[in-house]
Write a protein that binds this ligand. Structure first.
Ligand SMILES: Nc1ncnc2c1ncn2[C@@H]1O[C@H](COP(=O)(O)OP(=O)(O)OP(=O)(O)O)[C@@H](O)[C@H]1O
Ligand SMILES: [Mg+2]
Length: 248
């Protein structure tokens, strides 16, 4: 069941010099929802995450978290407002343990979360949910790719967000590792967190999302129920192609 609009992106654009990465993108993530965002390489998915999370200001448009406008705000403020994201390229802090990596991230939580429990408690809960407590004191240089992807998620959820945005959370993982990530994200969603899931892995997308938005060349190409959208000829043409055929 999904509810009221939680994250609203209205006519957002982003230009890098002469390159238009996003052109008039509008989408809504509802409370409790898992929304998939797919599209070919260079479609603008990571750029959209960057402008939502405050890594880059948008060139135009507006972004709201519930009724609060967050357009162009600083990344730490947006995180404290309740939006957490993972990065396509691992953003782990080298030379530190898994516990330390999550602990640093947990400091950027919502004020209500900080009032309820300590950063150490949030860190432990996030590591536990991601199956990483046994590796709490391992150096991040010693963990596998699958563990690193789960640690990225642990860092994001340690901020106790309302919205979690994952950018290719299963890229490079084998089937077992992919299913571990899917199970974690299902638990996160069941705890009430809405998820915006950017992914190329069609099997993972169809396993997890309730609705799908397709981005192509910086614009929204299609939107709707995953199986319906995935069968639309223009979507297959623009993106899915052989990947979708393989998943059938
Ligand atoms: N900092 C930047 N400077 C210049 N161009 C950029 C920058 N960031 C992104 N772009 C361009 O914006 C477009 C969208 O890139 P983006 O990384 O958002 O795509 P994507 O959908 O995440 O692709 P992928 O699936 O490969 O991760 C591309 O043409 C890219 O080259
Ligand atoms: Mg990307």
């Amino acid at each position: 069941m999904t509810g009221e609009p939680l994250l609203t992106v209205e006519a957002v654009s982003k230009h890098f010099g002469g390159v238009t990465a996003l052109a008039n993108v509008s989408l809504t993530l509802h409370e409790g929802e898992v929304l998939g965002l797919i599209g070919p390489n260079g479609a603008g998915k990571s750029t959209l995450f960057n402008v939502i999370s405050g890594v880059e200001p948008p060139s135009g448009g507006a972004i709201h978290l519930a009724s609060r406008e967050i357009t162009g705000q600083r990344a730490d403020r947006i995180c404290r407002a309740g939006i957490a994201r993972t990065f396509q390229a691992a953003s782990l802090l080298p030379g530190m343990t898994c516990w330390e990596n999550v602990h640093v991230a947990s400091l950027f939580c919502r004020p209500e979360s900080a009032a309820k429990r300590s950063a150490a408690a949030r860190t432990e809960a996030a590591l536990d949910l991601c199956g990483l407590l046994p590796l709490a004191h391992a150096d991040v240089g010693e963990i596998t790719t699958g563990e690193a992807k789960r640690l990225e998620i642990a860092r994001a959820i340690a901020t106790e967000p309302h919205v979690l945005m994952t950018d290719e959370a299963v890229a490079g993982l084998n089937l077992v590792e992919t299913d571990q990530v899917i199970a974690i994200l299902r638990k996160v969603n069941a705890a009430g967190v809405a998820i915006l899931f950017v992914e190329h892995d069609v099997r993972a997308v169809l396993a997890l999302v309730q609705r799908l938005v397709v981005l192509a060349q910086g614009g929204v190409l299609a939107e709707g129920a995953p199986t319906v959208v995935a069968r639309r000829p223009e979507v297959i043409e623009a993106y899915l192609g052989s990947r979708y055929a393989q998943a059938q």
